[in-house]
Design a protein around this ligand. Structure first.
Ligand code: SOE
Length: 386
């Protein structure tokens, strides 16, 4: 498969991140099929035309139903808000298109299961955008765990901390509307932590959670894009219908204990996506804001030099890094999207399912839903009951 023709729905924050990835691939991963940026879709004609010109798409379109049925499209990349993931993915599957969908996969577990069923029924490839798996330092953490170099895993603790809505007058953007986003910090940030734990440790058996909406209503926006918005603090106000923060505890099937914290009210933290894993033979610590580094600790270091040390994951020994720059020349957030697009393209050329795919998306939705149920019913909830 020499080239893959891509049609994208959505042109704001994730549309930009995915577009940059498609443009990176031919330059840094020439072995992968070449992604051809055929058309980008958005409701606002002038906005999507401007994005097409700026991001390098051949054309722009405002009707996604037309896009998914075009004969010159192989993959539909869904970067629109969560409430339209399901209808677009199912239509794309029925049209025989492979699907790349941003996280969270759907608004509910039921919807995500319907998306997986449609993709399997159609026999298409399907991927979900859990990009943090593709940071070389995260790949190194997985290698250390899988090779037994941390021993028996006892603890997984993870936190995804942001602060972009701490101002009570920040407008009521779509990410704060349950009907569009499905949830707040839980599905937006907690979903990444859940997927990382699945990637690194495996499945959970039971969860119990808590959540809070600190600011109950906000002024309606005059405009919004990504994590920014404009609007007067005196504008009419609307209700916030999602969580501002959700925390939960879990027991993994392998016996480890887990603690998860997702919040948009951690003043001073812009995008602190972090985890620490403790095992019988050592520990690792990852902080996305220092994404090229992995802190490692091994119990068998000599007694006089025991302690965490920093591994700079930019050598050829580290995943993907031989495609970029010499050792020490770091990469960034955008390149995690380039790596996931490379996985998608390689999977298509090798006629296999990419990873993570809709199965991983459904597993994540099951945990999201179990935590929600535990909050509603104030009890431990088994994942198997979802
Ligand atoms: C906003 O919270 C956001 O952009 C998420 O939607 C992304 O998935 C995350 O990677 C960064 O923060």
């Amino acid at each position: 498969m020499k080239q893959v023709n891509v049609g994208m729905v959505g042109y704001k924050f994730m549309g930009k991140a995915h577009s940059q990835a498609y443009r990176d691939v031919p330059m840094f991963f020439p072995d992968a099929p070449k992604p051809v940026m055929k058309a980008i879709c958005g409701r606002d004609k002038s906005g999507v035309e401007q994005a097409a010109a700026q991001f390098g798409w051949e054309s722009s379109i405002t009707d996604w139903t037309e896009l998914v049925n075009r004969d010159d499209i192989d993959v539909i990349d869904i970067n629109a808000p969560s409430n339209v993931h399901k209808e677009i993915a199912i239509a794309a599957a029925k049209a025989g298109k492979h699907i790349f969908c941003e996280k969270p996969l759907a608004l509910t577990l039921l919807d995500s299961r319907e998306m997986l069923a449609a993709a399997e029924q159609a026999g298409v490839k399907h991927m979900v955008g859990f990009n943090y798996r593709f940071a070389p330092a995260v790949q190194l953490a997985k290698k250390l765990i899988d090779e037994g170099r941390l021993g028996t895993i006892y603890h997984f603790r993870a936190w995804f901390l942001q602060d972009w809505i701490v101002d009570p007058d920040f407008p009521l953007v779509w990410r704060l509307d349950k009907n569009i986003a499905g949830s707040g910090s839980h599905g937006d940030l907690g979903a990444h932590l859940i997927d990382l734990s699945h990637f690194l440790l495996g499945d959970m058996s039971e969860v119990i959670g808590m959540s809070e909406t600190f600011i109950k209503e906000r002024p309606m926006p005059s405009s919004m894009t990504g994590l920014s918005a404009k609007g007067s603090k005196d504008a009419p106000r609307g209700p916030v219908t999602v969580d501002d923060a959700t925390l939960f505890l879990t027991r993994f099937e392998g016996g480890a204990l887990g603690s998860f914290e997702a919040t948009r009210f951690a003043s001073g933290h812009r995008c602190t996506n972090s985890f620490e894993i403790n095992g019988s033979k050592g520990s690792v610590k990852f902080d996305f804001e220092r994404m090229n580094e992995l802190q490692v600790y091994f119990t068998d270091d000599a007694a006089d030099v025991q302690g965490f040390r920093r591994v700079l994951a930019t050598d050829p020994a580290h995943a993907y890094m031989d495609a970029w720059w010499p050792p020490g020349h770091t990469i960034g957030y955008g390149q995690t999207f380039t790596h996931e697009v490379v996985e998608l393209l390689r999977a298509l050329s090798e006629d296999r399912q990419p990873v993570p795919n809709f199965h991983d998306g459904v597993k994540c939705q099951a945990v999201l839903g179990a935590v929600d149920r535990s909050i509603e019913e104030r009890r431990w909830v088994s994942i198997n009951e979802m």
